[in-house]
Design a protein around this ligand. Structure first.
Ligand SMILES: [Zn+2]
Length: 134
C-alpha cells in the first residue's frame, strides 16, 4: 500500500496551491503540471511560470468509472482548459454534466482531491469551476 507521506504532501503544496507550470528554456513550451524535464524536447532547463486562473473549456469528458474510494463523486468531469499560454487537463468541479458546455469560462479553485486513510492528510489541488457569465 502506497500512502501519501506528510513530507511529500508538504513539498508538493506550493505547486498545488498556486497554478504553477514549467516553461522550457529550449523550446519555450509550457507544461502543467511541471516536470523535471521537457516532455517535448527533453531539456532539463525549465523555469516556473504561474498560469492565469481563468480560461475556457475546450473539451471535456464525463468519467463514470472512477476508483472505488472516489465512487461517491461519480461521475467526474475532466476538462481540457485553455488558459491562453497553455492548456491543462483538470477536474471540473461545482457542476454536473448538465451544467457544462464547450467554450464556457472557467476559473481555478482549490478543492480537496484526496484524503489519505492512514494519516488523515488532506490533499488539496487545483480544479476548475464554471464562471457565471453576465
Ligand atoms: Zn522543450
Amino acid at each position: 500500500m502506497t500512502g501519501l507521506s506528510v513530507p511529500a504532501v508538504w513539498r508538493g503544496r506550493i505547486h498545488r496551491y498556486r497554478l504553477v507550470a514549467g516553461k522550457c528554456n529550449s523550446c519555450g513550451r509550457i507544461h502543467y503540471p511541471p516536470s523535471h524535464s521537457c516532455p517535448h524536447c527533453g531539456s532539463r532547463g525549465l523555469a516556473e511560470v504561474e498560469l492565469p486562473r481563468m480560461g475556457r473549456l475546450v473539451s471535456y469528458s464525463i468519467v463514470y468509472s472512477v476508483p472505488s474510494e472516489s465512487r461517491s463523486k461519480a461521475p467526474v468531469i475532466l476538462g481540457l482548459v485553455d488558459l491562453g499560454v497553455a492548456r491543462v487537463i483538470s477536474e471540473i468541479t461545482d457542476a454536473g454534466p448538465e451544467d457544462i458546455s464547450v467554450g464556457m469560462q472557467v476559473e481555478a479553485v482549490f478543492r480537496r482531491i484526496t484524503e489519505d486513510g492512514e494519516t488523515g492528510v488532506l490533499v488539496y489541488g487545483v480544479k476548475f469551476r464554471p464562471v457565471k457569465e453576465a
